[in-house]
Design a protein around this ligand. Structure first.
Ligand SMILES: [Ca+2]
Ligand SMILES: [Ca+2]
Length: 118
């Protein structure tokens, strides 16, 4: 398979592979490449379900996750696309201190769900 992180493929990369089937997601460069070159494509599922607020992926929402969000907000760390999605718990399109506050509220059980989940 070809991961979504692949952003360019040489024109002749698959010459001599008539049985080739590219496994990729519909939004990937590999998919567009396959379409353009008449190569069979087997579509992969899109990104797996995410847990809002769980930035470190330990399965729970806690203070460490809020800290991650603050680091992203302060540009001390660069979030991946998935992390950006997880971190924007109020769903306003940006990762900032307010998202961290929501994560802390959820960790302290002041709220049950994030605004983005309502
Ligand atoms: Ca966590
Ligand atoms: Ca936000």
């Amino acid at each position: 398979m070809i991961p979504a992180s692949v952003t360019s493929i040489a024109e002749d990369a698959f010459d001599g592979c008539p049985q080739l089937v590219i496994r990729c997601s519909a939004s990937s460069v590999a998919y567009a490449f396959a379409q353009a070159h008449g190569i069979a494509v087997e579509l992969l599922e899109e990104a797996p379900d995410i847990t809002y607020g769980d930035l470190d992926g330990d399965g729970s929402v806690g203070a460490a996750d809020a800290l991650n969000i603050l680091q992203f907000a302060a540009k001390l760390a660069i979030p991946t696309d998935t992390q950006k999605l997880c971190a924007d718990v109020d769903g306003n399109g940006s990762v900032d201190a307010k998202d961290a506050l929501y994560v802390l509220q959820k960790a302290a059980k002041f709220i049950d769900v994030f605004p983005v989940e309502e």
